[in-house]
Design a protein around this ligand. Sequence first.
Ligand code: GRF
Length: 217
Amino acid sequence: MRKLRLGVMISGSGTNLQALINACEKGDYPATIEVVISNRPDAKGLDRARGAGIKAVCVDHKGYEERSQFEDAIHECLSDHKVQLVCLAGFMRLLGSEFVGRWKDRMINIHPSLLPSYKGLHTHARALEDGVKFAGCTIHYVRPEMDNGPIIMQAAIPIAPDETEDSLIAKTLEYEHRMYPAAVRLIAEGKVRVSGNKVAVKEDVALPNAGLINPAP
Ligand code: GRF
């Protein structure tokens, strides 16, 4: 089986990276992580990658005067490793439209909200503040506007009456860790088609009438 070559970009802890590492360690998983790139030298995810025997590179944004130079260095690193799909996993720098354009439909992101609601930071706290009954997470193709682009997969997560920001973050991460390897698998198996701002997934298994009501009636 020829595997899809991934480049994972991180800035921090890298628990989503870890979920991808775990998936790729299974022999029948159709993707392999070729390189992990962090813009921060102290990102824990770099250690996770090295611990798993994966090439881990720091491209420190502070070392570049212009964002375009920083992004050129990342592009070169991804190209050197013949990356076919870039997975942003907690990468906390905004990427310019030129870089995003070079990786159009070949770069995905995971975001801890039900997009298009709650783009940006502090998504869980903002959802709690608004009193919404569902939070969630989204995997989408990357477009130049922040947290925007064709949506591949989402999880809707009911918010409990006693929910705290910490409990919601933890709950959401569990879904993120299940979804990221699943979404990458769909792409690697050629089951994901982008047309315009929409994604069609072959053999979509969404159940009809499987909506959730919260609180349960
Ligand atoms: C996740 O919540 C992800 O959705 C967001 O940043 C966080 C990264 O967490 N983009 P981790 O570094 O994967 O633990």
